[in-house]
Ligand binder design. Structure first.
Ligand code: 5GP
Ligand code: ZN
Length: 138
């Protein structure tokens, strides 16, 4: 996989060819504000090297991206007065991914903000849970 995809908007943001509100960077990662924030302070952390998604990314780049997300999350609470943080990643269109350069959403959360879990927690069928577990075991 090439380090850069010429058709990728996040590669262009990393290269400075498209504008962004950059908030953090290191040797392997860049973080910038999401254009459509879920909450105040919603940012995205990306690896500098193009990787399509969670399945595709080099584990070292993934580790660097998660470390950068932790750095930003630690900053978000005192800097923004946030009360919590969600980290989110979507892998594949079925999982809502719309930009195909891996990114972690760092979403500051505020007591009483309007975000909701996208599923309704309710007890599953124990046989189905066990059957899925059997498929997942290596
Ligand atoms: P996904 O849907 O793939 O999980 O997340 C893509 C995110 O990228 C969305 O939250 C969207 O608002 C954000 N986004 C899309 N295009 C741009 C852009 O050009 N600049 C910035 N800063 N964010 C973008
Ligand atoms: Zn890219």
């Amino acid at each position: 996989m090439a380090d850069t995809d010429p058709d990728c908007i996040f590669c262009k943001i990393v290269a400075g060819e498209l504008p962004s509100e950059r908030v953090d960077e290191d040797e392997n990662t860049v973080a910038f504000m999401d254009l459509n924030p879920a909450t105040r302070g919603h940012a995205l952390v990306v690896p500098r090297r193009h990787a399509k998604n969670l399945l595709d990314i080099d584990p070292e780049d993934l580790a660097a991206t998660i470390r950068a997300a932790q750095r930003l999350a630690r900053r978000a609470l005192p800097a923004l007065g946030a009360d919590g943080v969600n980290l989110m990643n979507s892998c594949g269109p079925a999982a809502w991914q719309t930009v195909f350069h891996l990114h972690l959403h760092v979403i500051p959360r505020y007591d009483g903000d309007p975000l909701k879990l996208p599923w309704i927690p309710q007890p599953g069928d124990s046989n189905e849970i066990a059957a899925a577990a059997a498929l997942l075991r290596a």
